[in-house]
Write a protein that binds this ligand. Structure first.
Ligand code: PLP
Length: 468
């Protein structure tokens, strides 16, 4: 039988197809691959015409329906989507604006509760987990390790939800005070912040050890919220349609656009790739990295090979290996799971991935620290647009890579108020970067437990908290 867009298979070919709810609960496929829909539906021109008239939550519902199938009834999915975007501070959810006469447009993805684009996916994922647990019964204990942004967006996605506890580890004294406040001031009893005495890498190591402790994992119903979860990708597909429609309206022309994406783990831009395959008016995806340029090198040379991690002003893009790249690889090699499995296993042993030819759906560039600072300054002085350092990397790369005959939409992934030090460095005045929601946190008490990054210590703490 022909498979559908609501059945999920592994990029490594080792699992029987599962439905949407199982794919969401599984996170990473059990064969070590990533889950992808068996088919990506193509949207007709007539449907696109209707989609142009929809509000953001209405559009989100239509984009998601074919991927959800009958795993969640349509009325329940609608309620869930509406609730997920009602927490944003603007009715548009993702406002799209021209940046002066620069010829570039910006999509503000930072209007959610933690002021970064991860809210677009994690507000939805939190509600989705709660809905799936309600139908199936049972509980979920989420464990994550964060160097900053993901932890707070995940916490805000599940705070106060029945049947869910969340444990987030971060390195004590090594995240910014602002980032710590966004996590550790949340008062809900199901939120547990663990400040570990160590580095981010210690957190990652103990996280892996705990997920490999299979008896603990199953008795605790342990779940993950990292960016390999398919539901996170799905929620991000929506704004590629939304953003392109809004720019087309502003231009008064129905031309396909270039979309520029500040990239770390390749989750956001992979969502753009799915949107393009569905028929969104996206002519080319422009991938922007900072000095951690494994992905921009890949798209320019065809060789995917590990580099060292360089700390930059855009920390959420400081990655070495992009966890969602495998999904792209799967399509790039013609949906050949055996080939993906062989390439990924060899990569793990240290062999670079080398591909022939170029993918004309993509272009890529690198914006370094000097370009980031100069771009923040230029867009503030010329256009009174205050970019955050991640968005600025994108804008710098967009300026260097125009696409003839069309406009570029730049994704702005965080509010500048989250990165006052970088704004201070660019403009000489940190106080330009403020947000009332962040100011309000300064008054609130911190709620955290300081622990050693050791498996028995963390597991004992989790067990005790879940019992209580
Ligand atoms: C996570 C993040 C990114 C990178 O997104 P990916 O999906 O990992 O490519 C960019 N900017 C900000 C502010 C982020 O939090």
């Amino acid at each position: 039988m022909e498979m559908t867009s609501s059945q999920y298979i592994s990029t490594r070919g080792g699992i029987e197809p599962v439905n949407f709810a199982d794919a969401v609960m599984m996170g990473l496929a059990t064969d070590g691959g990533l889950l992808v829909p068996a088919r990506i539906p193509k949207v007709s021109q007539a449907t696109l015409e209707v989609w142009k008239t929809l509000s953001y939550p209405e559009l989100a519902l239509e984009v998601m329906k074919p991927f959800v199938g009958d795993a969640i009834p349509a009325d329940e999915l609608k309620a869930l989507v509406d609730a997920s975007y009602a927490t944003f501070d603007t009715k548009e959810v993702v406002p799209v604006k021209p940046m002066g006469d620069s010829g570039l447009f910006v999509a503000e993805l930072y209007h959610g509760p933690t002021l970064a684009f991860k809210d677009v996916a994690l507000q939805f994922l939190g509600n989705l987990f709660a809905a799936i647990l309600k139908r199936r019964g049972g509980r979920l204990n989420i464990l994550g390790a964060t160097s900053g942004d993901t932890g707070s967006a995940a916490i805000h996605g599940v705070r106060g939800k029945d049947g869910i506890e969340i444990f987030i580890m971060y390195p004590e004294g090594r995240v910014s005070p602002l980032q710590e406040r966004q996590m550790a001031t949340v008062p809900d009893p199901n939120v547990h912040c663990i400040a570990i005495e160590g580095t981010f890498d210690d957190g990652q190591r103990v996280l892996k050890e705990i997920f490999n402790d299979l008896p603990f994992k199953s008795s605790m119903h342990l779940g993950a919220v990292n960016s390999v979860n398919w539901a996170r990708i799905l929620a991000q597909v929506v704004y590629y349609f939304w953003g392109s429609f809004r720019v087309q309206e502003a231009l008064g022309k129905e031309i396909p656009l270039q979309v520029c994406v500040p990239t770390g783990n390749f989750g956001d831009i992979f969502a753009g790739y799915v949107a393009q395959k569905m028929g969104a008016p996206v002519k080319r995806l422009l991938l922007a990295t900072n000095e951690n340029d494994i992905l921009s090198r890949f798209f320019n040379t065809g060789v995917y090979t590990r580099g060292d991690v360089h700390p930059t002003l855009s920390p959420s893009m400081d990655i070495q290996v992009a966890s969602n790249f495998e999904r792209y690889l799967y399509y790039r090699v013609g949906e050949d799971a055996a080939k993906v499995k062989a390439l990924m296993e060899a990569f793990k042993q240290g062999t670079p991935i080398c591909l022939e030819g170029q993918d004309t759906d993509f272009a890529a560039g690198r914006g370094d620290t000097a370009m980031t600072l100069a771009t923040i300054k230029k867009y503030w002085e010329f256009y009174q647009v205050l970019l955050d350092p991640h968005g600025a990397v994108g804008v710098a790369v967009a300026e260097a890579n125009p696409l003839e005959g069309t406009a570029t939409l730049c994704l702005e992934t965080a509010h500048p108020g989250k990165f006052p030090a970088a704004i201070g460095q660019a403009l000489g005045d940190e106080s330009l970067a403020t947000h009332p929601a962040l100011e309000a946190l300064k008054e609130l008490p911190l709620r955290k437990t300081i622990l050693k990054p050791e498996l028995p210590v963390i597991e004992a703490f989790m067990t005790q908290e879940v019992k209580a």
